[in-house]
Design a binder for this molecule. Structure first.
Ligand SMILES: Cc1cc2nc3c(=O)[nH]c(=O)nc-3n(C[C@H](O)[C@H](O)[C@H](O)COP(=O)(O)OP(=O)(O)OC[C@H]3O[C@@H](n4cnc5c(N)ncnc54)[C@H](O)[C@@H]3O)c2cc1C
Length: 429
């Protein structure tokens, strides 16, 4: 089949590679001049100096099985491009939980809880009791339960020091309005399933080099067509397949099958005029979004005690994590502060984060390089959310949707996007 893939984010790249592996002729169309979507390199010039940044600081984890496998297929060795660390939510003051390296998953959690500095016996017991209860329930709970409700048996120290940062970094949704069902699934896969599943894999290369650039090179080497800077404006179903109207060509492009790999809002715009898509469109319209802000700042000559630190939760301290890009292949002194589920105006947020960094990291000099705010970073992963599915029209065998927002077990993550792209291509046959 001639398969058109619309969008070259991580989902579209995965879909195009998988469709190629299944013997299809692929045409990958990307609106932007650069692939990668929300997880891509950002070339920035600050005071005459070039800085290689990302659209936002990303973390992968050991349980991202399909993403790591796809990277290997594309010739990108995860071991060379990702810095592996056992899960650590330690603050600069050394508080918070950290897991020992290389232990079997359940034992690692037990050891991490027992050794957590700053927690009293009561805190540790509350966490162990809850973890056992989640395990006994098969990591399942009713869909309408929030993470805050699920964790109501935990002490405030454990809730604030562990659950809140884990929840907001994994689901990008605050615990009060985050889905416990999805949270439990992430906990199960990361903490309780495989050795190293919870390991943090911190990119040492920019995000484009991790997967999208390699995917495009691989596709071209297989003789597939890739067009950047080509936005699809409209989709038309006809007797023999699909016509795709783009901003660049007068004559519509033709395809036997279409894999829609753009964000939910754009997919719904393309699908709405088509018959039979009302249910899908309504579900996509029902999604709301959360922002993420990344404040890149320069602290000349500074090296943090670890490449990633959790930041203590305090008033006027919006950032949850800080990354030392100097320890991750970037220039020495470049720090990336991450504010998940961020709110408020960009410059006020930047000023708050810089003040937080100076205070919590005891830095004398910390100047902003730039602040990147992605207002639609992820969908809000709320209890009972019905996400749009893989098939926008149940009876149409040549149309699929994929992306991090499409129904699946994961929140909006790179792994969710990659899995969805692979599943869409596989379902074409
Ligand atoms: C700041 C930030 C931090 C994040 N941190 C993490 C993290 O730590 N860990 C993690 O796992 N995930 C993280 N995520 C989430 C992750 O980036 C996304 O889940 C993932 O990149 C989504 O990929 P996608 O392919 O589904 O969508 P997108 O990346 O949105 O890709 C869609 C593509 O479609 C293209 N497109 C749109 N319309 C058209 C059209 N009409 N024609 C052609 N092309 C079109 C777009 O240009 C884009 O390239 C983060 C996201 C952000 C923004």
């Amino acid at each position: 089949m001639h398969v058109a893939v619309i969008g070259a984010g991580w989902a579209g790249c995965a879909a195009a590679v998988e469709a190629t592996r299944r013997g299809h002729q692929v045409l990958l169309l990307e609106a932007s001049r650069q692939p990668g979507g929300r997880a891509r390199r950002l070339d920035w010039v600050h005071e005459g100096q070039p800085w290689r940044l990302d659209n936002g600081q990303h973390i992968l984890i050991g349980a991202y099985r399909e993403t790591l496998e796809l990277m290997r297929t594309l010739g990108v060795e995860p071991e060379a491009h990702l810095h592996r660390l056992p899960l650590s939510l330690r603050t600069p003051q050394g508080q918070g939980m950290a897991l020992p390296a290389g232990w079997p998953p359940r034992l690692a959690v037990l050891a991490g809880v027992l050794a957590a500095p700053g927690w009293r016996a009561r805190d540790k017991l509350s966490l162990l009791r809850s973890a056992l209860a989640w395990q006994a329930a098969g990591f399942q709970c009713p869909p309408e339960v929030s993470v805050a409700r699920l964790c109501s048996g935990l002490t405030p120290a454990v809730f604030q020091g562990l659950i809140e940062p884990l929840c907001v970094s994994a689901l990008n949704t605050p615990a009060e309005r985050a889905s416990a069902q999805v949270f439990l699934r992430v906990m199960q896969d990361a903490l309780f399933s495989e050795r190293g599943g919870a390991d943090l894999l911190l990119p040492r290369s920019d995000l484009s080099a991790l997967l999208p650039d390699a995917a495009l090179a691989w596709l071209k080497a297989q003789g597939q067509a890739v067009r950047l800077g080509t936005r699809v404006l409209g989709l038309l179903r006809h007797a023999k397949g699909w016509a795709l109207q783009t901003a660049c060509e007068d004559t519509p492009l033709q395809a036997d099958a279409v894999l829609l790999a753009c964000p939910a809002g754009e997919s719904l715009r393309l699908l709405e005029p088509l018959d039979g898509t009302a249910g899908w469109v309504a579900a996509a319209r029902g999604l709301s979004h959360e922002a993420i802000a990344t404040v890149y700042a320069n602290a000349p000559g500074v090296q943090l005690p670890a490449p990633m630190l959790a930041l203590p939760s305090e008033a006027d301290a919006p950032a949850q994590f800080v990354f030392d890009r100097g320890q991750l292949g970037g220039p020495a002194g470049l720090l990336a502060f991450v504010v998940s589920a961020s709110q408020g105006e960009r410059s006020a947020l930047e000023a708050q984060v810089l003040a937080q960094g100076r205070r919590q990291l005891a830095l004398e000099q910390l100047e902003a390089v730039t602040t990147v705010v992605d207002k639609r970073a992820t969908f809000a992963c709320t209890p009972g959310l019905e996400r749009p599915g893989l098939r926008p029209v149940q009876t149409d065998d040549a149309l699929r949707a994929c992306g991090d927002y499409v129904a699946g077990p994961y929140p909006a993550t790179l792994e969710g996007a990659v899995r969805s792209g692979l599943a869409a291509a596989r379902s074409l046959g």
